[in-house]
Design a protein around this ligand. Sequence first.
Ligand code: CA
Length: 231
Amino acid sequence: MSAMILVVEDEPAIQELLSLNLRHAGFEVRVASDAAGARQAVHERLPDLVLLDWMLPDSPGIRLAKWLRSSERTREVPLIMLTARGTEQDKIDGLEAGADDYVTKPFSPRELIARVRSLLRRRAPQLGGDAIDAGDLHLDPDTCRVTGAGQALPMGPTEFRLLHFLMTHAERVYGRGQLLDQVWGDHVFVEERTVDVHIRRLRKALEPAALGGYIHTVRGAGYRFSTTQEP
Ligand code: CA
């Protein structure tokens, strides 16, 4: 069965362009023209991925992104923000709100499809392998669950992969480019700053168990996982 993409976009021409290209690439497409329609569509059927316009007529896209991330059912749905704005801060805001990636309009359909495919691959990581314990942290690749000191620590698919990689390569320092290669797989379209945002999200996800300090920043070099908590 092909993956179902929910396109949330109010401009008819762009909605049409997106649908056409996604269908051509073999995806099933549903469209919504505003945030209310998007919520309705998500209630009816959980999409495999959401393409979300930043500027919607009834509610900011960023609010819809936060709504998706706040509920257990939709927390892990991959999310790409579509934005006409090109400033670095807007991209970062979108990623902080829970988006996994962003595309700036006007976009190349080829690039968009590549990003969609890349994100879907990341969502179905097929990591497999044994559960890993490090300090108070427990990660199970089979169930995609992380617990810290016995407490469930929900996190997005990218944070999970990132944590899995870092835990299986503990005490070693990895630069942003290396992490993009290892965790994202193809970093043709992903900027290195994206890594920093996901590291922040990962630390935040570990915080309920007070384990964010396991992720060390090594100045000028990158990041390292260590059960020695950073002060
Ligand atoms: Ca719009």
